[in-house]
Design a protein around this ligand. Structure first.
Ligand SMILES: Nc1ncnc2c1ncn2[C@@H]1O[C@H](COP(=O)(O)OP(=O)(O)OP(=O)(O)O)[C@@H](O)[C@H]1O
Length: 667
């Protein structure tokens, strides 16, 4: 029996699996030192490579379970070059690096390592990092495997449950969306005379909604004649190999007039993954699935491998579909398909309190959907007010723990002196003032989910304790002797750059890797401006009902101002602006909006000016200015927290951290 959901965090901490390790490091002394440490810990070192070429040859001779990889090697090729070989072979690797410049680190990070160890390091750090790397590798393979098995089941059901070609093709599109994120799909055979098997096009318009277009539908949308459409089709050959085209490559293949170019220009697609099925032909034209994304770097080598793995079940299904006697022509009603919205799962109902249809948000919905059913730890990052808490809430609500507690802890709001007892609880008499036993947040969350908000603000001393809880799934109350087992899922969120905090020694690398098993990055509102009208409508409806007014919308001028504003406080700021506007509106329409006047376009910094303020100084100045304007009020309707669009507790902790006194604001 295969157990997919071995709770990842319930893996025992201690036993480091005695696996084979390859060391790729050009400095002999360092490599030898590593070898000694690893052997002492029970690893089998398969070899030491000084160059890319030596490493490739050693991997061929004796496949390692994990690789320790220096970024800079002897010879021309670097560790980053070797990373793609390792990724192709599914060998997890950790970079060993001295503090490199940001450019190199960015490049290295893009190769999806299982960790970074910054030189110089302690033996203990090395071993913990290796343990986490192995855990991450196994965990991600398991959840991927589970999704692929689900895909096969779903595809199998399609022949039974769907009887029309178009319904089945839509079923394939929906099942694929759970494995590979895309915004547009074309599925079928090229050419119009293969009805009903010719390609149908699907533009994603919601979480589970697609606008379906056949060739006539496309001609209408693109406003071209049949002759022009046929010419475009002829100019769009499909390569018989599975391939992806990102960024520049996509721009190249979409430059000449073709169906691809139309999809790129009319629907804003910027990358493409083509899965041809040369084994399934009708009139010498083969079946294909072509996926597009609005992101320029949406597809990767991993997707090619995935396509390879799902080829057999898909091919089987399509063969069955094409061998059935086609239903009477025309099965797809030509000319009527534009505007068909094919879906039944409304994002607003599925993802509580999350409004929006931008491709960036739909991508977040995909991630929530993928991770909710597992027990994996999730790390949500993004600016303040982007909806991180909403995501956490949805991950919990869509998981099997939904009937169990969802306990939220704001790590920034807890004073250091109380944080331990708050998280772990205490026994009566544990310290002066502990007059009764207290059950901590971890225990309260038992069976459910704990949401550690603003994890980047957790004091370093507590981070170690948190790491132990995550690894061992046990806590001890302060002043207690009993060890209590807990079964929790951990979701953490932060608006800080944790990697920078790690570099500055403010956040533990091992804790980061433990939490960052499944990252979700929340886009800022200015990156998804197309969601603003929907959000505005939503908030107008909400506040009108709440306040008892009948506001129906905003004027064009107001909408333009809202669309152009940069929203540093993101959705929370928009929510506050609409609330205020609804309150102040005299008629049924909001015709005025008050947005901060400093909404100037973001200028490139003046590079000739060498006296930049750092981000903290800037933040400090900004908070002081707002506090002054609010006459020192922090919370409440006219408080600084509201203007800054952050919770009052967060403002309080920021002030403390930045050494701002409340009185500063009172003139
Ligand atoms: N997609 C959305 N649709 C509607 N409302 C949203 C959406 N996302 C967030 N909100 C609202 O915006 C506000 C901020 O959201 P939330 O508290 O989840 O942000 P956050 O990223 O956790 O902020 P912080 O980092 O400051 O804690 C909340 O009032 C929430 O209800």
């Amino acid at each position: 029996m295969v157990v997919f959901f071995k709770s990842p965090d319930s893996l025992p901490y201690n036993p480091i699996m005695k696996r084979k390790i390859l060391i790729v490091e050009d400095l002999f002394v360092e490599a030898n030192h590593l070898r000694i440490m690893l052997k002492r810990a029970g690893y089998e070192v398969t070899g030491i490579a000084r160059t890319y070429e030596e490493a490739v040859s050693l991997i061929q001779q004796d496949r390692p379970g994990i690789v320790l990889l220096d970024i800079f090697l002897a010879g021309k090729k670097t560790g980053i070059d070797l990373a793609s070989v390792l990724n192709q072979q599914h060998i997890p690797f950790l970079y060993l690096s001295a503090n490199s410049n940001e450019e190199v680190l960015k490049e290295a990070k893009a190769t999806r390592p299982s960790g970074f160890i910054v030189k110089p390091f302690r033996e203990k750090d090395l071993l913990v990092s290796l343990e986490i790397a192995e855990y991450l590798h196994e965990n991600s393979s398991e959840s991927q495997l589970k999704r692929e098995v689900d895909f096969q089941v779903e595809v199998k059901q399609l022949m039974k449950n769907e009887h029309e070609w178009s319904g089945r093709v839509l079923g394939i599109v929906k099942a694929l969306q759970k494995l590979i994120s895309f915004d547009y799909a074309a599925v079928g055979c090229i050419g119009e005379h293969f009805l009903p098997f010719n390609a149908l096009h699907f533009l994603r318009t919601g979480f589970d909604d697609y606008q379906v277009m056949d060739s006539e539908g496309l001609r209408t949308v693109w406003n071209i004649t049949k002759g022009e459409f046929d010419a475009l089709m002829k100019a769009t050959p499909i390569d018989p190999r599975t391939q992806f085209y990102n960024g520049e490559r996509f721009r190249e293949i979409a430059a000449a007039n073709s169906i691809r170019k139309m999809i790129a220009t009319k629907f804003g697609m910027r990358s493409n993954l083509v899965m041809p099925y040369p084994g399934i032909t009708i009139d010498n034209k083969f079946f294909f699935i072509s996926l597009y994304s609005r992101r320029p770097d949406a597809f990767s080598e991993n997707d090619l491998e995935l396509c390879d793995r799902i080829q057999v079940p898909l091919e089987r299904l399509v063969k069955e579909m094409t061998s059935e006697t086609p239903a009477p022509f025309p099965q797809v009603r030509l000319g009527q398909s534009v505007g068909i919205v094919a879906g039944n799962r409304d994002a607003e109902n599925t993802f509580k309190g999350m409004i929006g249809q931008s491709h960036l948000l739909l991508n977040v919905f995909n991630l929530i959907n993928q991770v909710a059913a597992t027990d994996t730890s999730v790390l949500i990052t993004g600016e303040s007010g982007t909806g991180k808490e909403r995501v956490a809430d949805n991950v919990h609500s869509l998981s099997s723990r939904r009937t169990k507690p969802f306990v939220k802890v704001n790590c920034a709001a807890l004073p250091i002196s109380l944080i331990e007892s708050e998280l772990f609880g205490h026994e009566k008499g544990a310290f002066t003032g502990a007059t009764t036993r207290r059950i901590g947040r971890f225990e309260q969350a038992n069976g459910g989910t704990i949401f550690l908000d603003e994890i980047g603000d957790m004091p370093v001393e507590i981070q170690m304790k948190l790491l132990r809880v995550l690894q061992q799934r046990e806590i001890e109350r302060l002043g207690g002797t009993e060890t209590i087992r807990i079964d929790i899922r951990v979701i953490a969120a932060t608006n800080r750059d944790l990697e920078r905090a790690i570099a500055e020694g403010k956040f533990r690398l091992d804790l980061y890797y433990r939490l960052n098993v499944f990252p979700i990055l929340m886009p800022s509102l200015r990156e998804r401006r197309d969601d603003i009208p929907l959000l505005v409508n939503h908030f107008i409806g909400y506040f009108s009902r709440k306040i008892g007014k009948a506001i129906t919308g905003v004027t064009e001028k107001v909408l333009k101002a809202l669309m152009e504003y940069d929203w540093p406080g993101n959705i929370r700021e928009l929510e506050n602006v609409i609330e205020r506007s609804v309150l102040l509106a005299r008629g049924n329409t909001i015709d005025q909006v008050s947005l901060p006047t400093n909404n100037t376009p973001r200028d490139e910094p003046n590079t000739s000016d060498t006296t930049f303020k750092n981000i903290f100084e800037n933040e400090r100045d900004h908070i002081i200015a707002v506090l002054k304007a609010c006459e020192g009020r922090i919370s409440g309707e006219n408080g600084a927290a509201k203007v800054l669009a952050i919770p009052a507790t967060t403002l309080g902790s920021k002030m403390k951290k930045l050494g701002i006194k409340r009185e500063i604001g009172v003139s």
